[in-house]
Ligand binder design. Structure first.
Ligand SMILES: [Zn+2]
Length: 332
């Protein structure tokens, strides 16, 4: 089954590019930029990656990205992920980036996006992996800062397929960003947002995302199972959920494999993703393997998870169909 998973054409839709920053590259970028790291070795740094909640993860996550300063840094970061993705037969990825995590410490927006964009173009040409960017707002900052970031992104609109919302959900509900999302939609961006697992008011946040904001997709969102009515809404709309089993295992009490199984059985377009693979020691393939170990999925079910993913991508219909045909060919 491991070989079957390895060969399966894959699609990744919940991946924070800053969460792919491996310790080795962190040391390289720190040296390049003349920065000191609070760890002596790669091993010491990895040993510090112990999280038991979203907030304990975020502390290390933001600390780590201080080494990203120049356009080549962002290029190298994205190329490193896309190389790993190509090795795992990821055919297409929609990649989150957090501009405010960089602009808030003085790195210009255009430095970030130009580095990422150049890597996406090179990866497509050199590795055959296609990818698009989703710009995430940090929900623990003011909505005004998110709006300013949205306006700053407009000259680069052709390079960004949609917007997302991440970081600390506690006390930062979707409704806080209603005006930002309204404007983003007017500008032609597609909409997703994190509804992290087992948060306070999780169901109310999912309700706001689905009914007040009208998102096109939900990142995580497994708590929707607690509200039959909302499940019916996403089923009727075909809204996809981007789940991240290994990440769940780090920041909540379990991988939530049973919940993912239940969503699959209900016909919800659920998908498997890696979230922050450098911090959770699992890229998309290892996430699929972990879910398979927990649920003993059939080949058909493993393929269905990838079909769901390609189906809910923000790609034109004919491009989706070409990827779905690759899955059909692989299965037969
Ligand atoms: Zn995430």
């Amino acid at each position: 089954m491991k070989d079957f998973i390895a060969g399966l054409p894959k699609c990744e839709l919940h991946l924070h590019i800053e969460g792919t920053l491996e310790p080795e590259l962190k040391f390289e970028l720190a040296a390049r930029n003349g920065l000191e790291l609070p760890y002596a070795t790669v091993e010491e740094m990895r040993a510090a990656y112990t999280f038991d909640s979203l907030s304990s993860f975020l502390t290390i996550y933001y600390e780590g990205m201080r080494v990203l300063r120049t356009e080549p840094d962002f290029y190298d970061l994205a190329m490193a992920y896309l190389r790993r993705a190509a090795e795992q037969n990821v055919r297409y990825a929609e990649i989150f980036f957090d501009p405010q995590a960089h602009t808030s410490r003085g790195v210009p927006f255009d430095v970030v996006i130009r580095g990422l964009r150049r890597a996406l173009l090179d990866a497509h040409a050199q590795l055959g992996v296609r990818a698009q960017l989703i710009m995430c707002f940090l929900r623990d900052f003011q909505a005004e800062y998110a709006m300013a970031t949205l306006l700053e992104s407009l000259p680069y609109k052709e390079w960004i397929v949609g917007v997302g919302l991440d970081s600390d959900e506690k006390g930062n509900p979707p409704a806080k960003f209603a005006a930002v999302y309204e404007r983003a939609r007017q500008e032609g961006y597609l909409l997703t947002m994190h509804c992290d697992v087992d948060q306070d008011d999780a169901i109310e946040h999912i309700r706001q995302a689905v009914e007040e904001i009208g998102v096109d997709r939900i990142d995580h969102g497994v708590n929707i199972l607690e509200d039959q009515r909302l499940v019916e809404v996403v089923l009727a709309r075909g809204t996809g959920l981007t789940c991240c089993p290994v990440s769940n295992g780090y920041v909540t009490d379990s991988m939530k494999a049973e919940g993912i199984r239940k969503l699959m059985d209900l016909g919800v377009r659920v998908t498997v993703n890696s979230d922050d693979p450098a911090y959770f020691a699992a890229y998309v393939q290892e996430n699929i393997e972990a879910l398979h170990d927990a649920l003993q999925l059939s080949r058909e079910e493993l393929a269905r998870l990838q079909r769901n993913a390609f189906e809910i991508t923000w790609l034109p219909r004919h491009v989706k169909d070409a990827y779905l045909t690759e899955i059909d060919a692989y299965l037969s």
